[in-house]
Ligand binder design. Structure first.
Ligand SMILES: [Mg+2]
Length: 189
């Protein structure tokens, strides 16, 4: 079954999940990456973990991370609105719908610890009932597949670089999913 591996970066507060960025890779070789121009930048910069781990990967202008020689030169910068990957959420919703539909009717979605990713993905289009034709109603989880095969997380392929960049994470999810599939075949034979 062909698959799309994906990853979202998001801000969540226990009540809402707000899209920051999305990366998707399809078994047919296509890739998609977008950053939401609608993201709540102030809240993200007030979130220490997101500010340190997610923000630096986004298309930014004037970003000068600490420590600089002169701490006064430190700047969070701002989203680079001239970067074509930065788009309003409604445009991302249309493009992601097309990306998934172009993969064919039997496409599987896969993510890592993907419950929140699936909800945030589905909410691109609004309510559960608004999910477009051809977009699967659930996401397979590579964590579940690893457990099913009795493989511990430390035994899986490690991500070389770009952790918490949504596209780099999606590519790594594809690597891990394919590796798990090979282990599954080995176990079955
Ligand atoms: Mg990620």
């Amino acid at each position: 079954m062909p698959a799309i591996d994906y990853d979202l970066e998001f801000l969540e507060n226990g009540k809402t999940i707000e899209l920051i960025s999305i990366g998707m890779v399809c078994d047919d070789g296509r890739e998609y990456y977008a950053v939401s121009s609608d993201m709540p930048v102030d809240h993200i910069l007030n979130h220490q973990w997101l500010k340190a781990n997610v923000w630096p990967h986004l298309p930014l202008r004037g970003y000068k991370p600490a420590p600089q020689i002169n701490a006064l030169q430190q700047s969070d910068g701002s989203l680079d609105m001239t970067d074509t990957r930065v788009k309003p959420k409604w445009v991302i919703a249309n493009e992601v719908r097309e990306f998934i539909q172009a993969a064919g009717p039997d496409i599987e979605l896969w993510a890592n610890y993907g419950a929140y990713d699936h909800v945030a993905l589905a909410q691109l289009w609004g309510r559960m009932i608004d999910l477009p034709e051809g977009v699967p109603m659930f996401t397979h989880d590579i964590q579940q597949e690893a457990r099913r095969l009795g493989i511990g997380w430390n035994d899986l392929p490690k991500q070389e670089s770009g952790e918490h960049n949504a596209l780099a994470d999606a590519r790594h999810n594809q690597t891990v999913r394919r590796w798990l599939a090979q282990q599954g075949w080995r176990g079955a034979s």
